[in-house]
Write a protein that binds this ligand. Structure first.
Ligand code: URA
Length: 437
């Protein structure tokens, strides 16, 4: 087989065979095809797309490019969640303990942040001593013992995605439904859970800019998972503005802790409750949404969800004093208040812009080698639709680096204020239980 023939075939709009896709992934992982040829094929896929069979073949080829984790030593249904990434997205840190406190086995492998989006591992590592890297046996033991673990990818999980994602990142080939679906699902399937709740985001801070594209991506991923016998469902959620109030690692841990205690922001709490409701049904812990919601409310009320998070931090060698007293989490030297320039309503809060600004003061990394400042970030005081008055504090910036004039101007450019109240957009556009919905 000649790799050039695959590129030409796809360039001309034809479907690749299963053998051709297997050949691509195997030879690329073994360094037998140069990046420039794979880039050309990726770009052809961006323009020409892939059919369902090709997307499923690509997912399987990637999934089998490395280890596939067997979680059958964990009793019961194992549940996982995955977000396509956004700004202020601390959902895993609240949602996973909530469902675990209700009795689900919550086993999650998370990633790091890159660009304007944050990563759960970076957030958890703002807790002193927290160890994200458990071996497979310890991961399984912890989920069996306390029902919850959130770790970084162990061993040699989907090496094909590591190489391909790095290449896509620098060749303008990230935005493609089959490429994103196969990248995410190969990792989720290799990580071994039985039931997966996807949070597919759309809007300025997300990969998918429109609801319609997010639904397309979600359906593709549900189909791939269902074909392999996994219970995959998806929430389609708004990422035009940041989720919750906090953007930045330690600040988001604090917000997740507040949410576990029933004192979180309304939008973020709603997302966790709705995702958790479906996950409890997936885990067969509740028979309907009403029962699931009651169980989730109860674990917040009685402190079990917070205790579950603390148990995970303890098991992964984190400092639980910081969980009991979040004021002990890393703190920035300076907190600068950003005043509101005029009276009116918050019309827009640009998630992408705010994510980038947070990254520039150290909350994220522009390149893989950048070092995160766990204390840095932004806490917004208002949400879209809120009434504001001139001089009120719009946000607090937590920083150890100086804020330049240009940074402040760009910050103000991210927040649009207008004279009339904007229409309210629901945070959750849809929850898909089936690809055919
Ligand atoms: N997240 C992934 O893991 N892969 C993609 O391609 C996009 C988002």
């Amino acid at each position: 087989m000649r790799f050039t023939d695959l590129i030409i075939k796809k360039r001309d709009g034809h479907a690749l065979t299963t053998e051709e896709i297997n050949f691509w992934i195997k030879s690329y992982v073994q360094d037998e095809v140069p990046d420039y040829q794979v880039s050309a094929l990726l770009m052809a896929i961006v323009f020409r797309g892939m059919n369902e069979r090709e997307t499923s073949d690509l997912t399987l080829a990637m999934m089998h490019s490395g280890d596939v984790i067997d979680l059958s030593d964990i009793e019961g249904i194992k549940v996982d969640k995955h977000s396509t990434g956004g700004v202020g997205d601390k959902t895993s840190m609240a949602l996973m303990p909530m469902v675990a406190a209700c009795g689900a086995k919550a086993a999650k492998m998370s990633g790091r942040g890159l660009g304007h989006t944050g990563g759960t591992l970076d957030k958890l590592e703002s807790i002193e001593g927290f160890n994200c890297y458990l071996g497979k046996e310890d991961f399984i033991r912890q989920v069996n013992d306390i029902g919850l673990a959130i770790i970084g990818q162990t061993g040699n999980l989907v090496p094909a995605d590591k190489k391909l994602y790095a290449l896509r990142d620098v060749t303008g080939t990230v935005d493609s439904v089959p490429l994103i679906a196969s990248s995410i699902m190969s990792k989720k399937l290799a990580a071994g859970s039985d039931a997966i709740m996807l949070d597919v985001k759309y809007g300025s801070g997300a990969f998918m800019k429109t609801k319609e594209d997010a639904v397309l991506l979600a359906k593709e991923m549900i189909k791939i998972g269902r074909a392999l016998g996994r219970d995959v469902r998806a929430m389609i959620t708004d990422m035009d503005m940041p989720l919750g109030r906090a953007i930045g690692n330690a600040l988001e841990v604090k917000e997740a802790i507040a949410t576990l205690k029933g004192k979180g922001p309304k939008d973020f709490t709603h997302l966790c409750m709705e995702g958790g409701t479906r996950m409890l049904i997936q885990a067969k812990i509740a028979v309907n949404e009403e029962e699931a919601r009651e169980k989730l409310k109860e674990v917040i009320r009685n402190g079990a969800a917070f205790e579950k998070f603390k148990a995970m931090v303890r098991a992964q060698h984190g400092n639980t004093e910081q969980i009991d007293h979040p004021e002990l989490l890393p703190k920035a030297d300076t907190v600068t208040e950003m005043p509101c320039p005029e009276d009116g309503y918050i019309y827009r809060m640009d998630a992408l812009g705010l994510g980038r600004l947070a990254m520039e003061i150290g909350a994220g990394r522009e390149t893989k080698d950048d070092v995160i400042d766990p204390a840095a970030g932004i806490v917004l005081n208002f949400r879209k639709g809120d009434r504001v008055s001139q001089g009120e504090t719009l946000a607090r910036i937590h920083h150890n680096r100086p804020l330049t004039k240009a940074w402040r101007e760009r910050f103000m450019g991210c927040i649009e204020i207008c004279g009339s109240k904007p229409e309210e957009e629901p945070l959750i556009y849809k929850i898909l239980q089936e690809a055919s919905e």
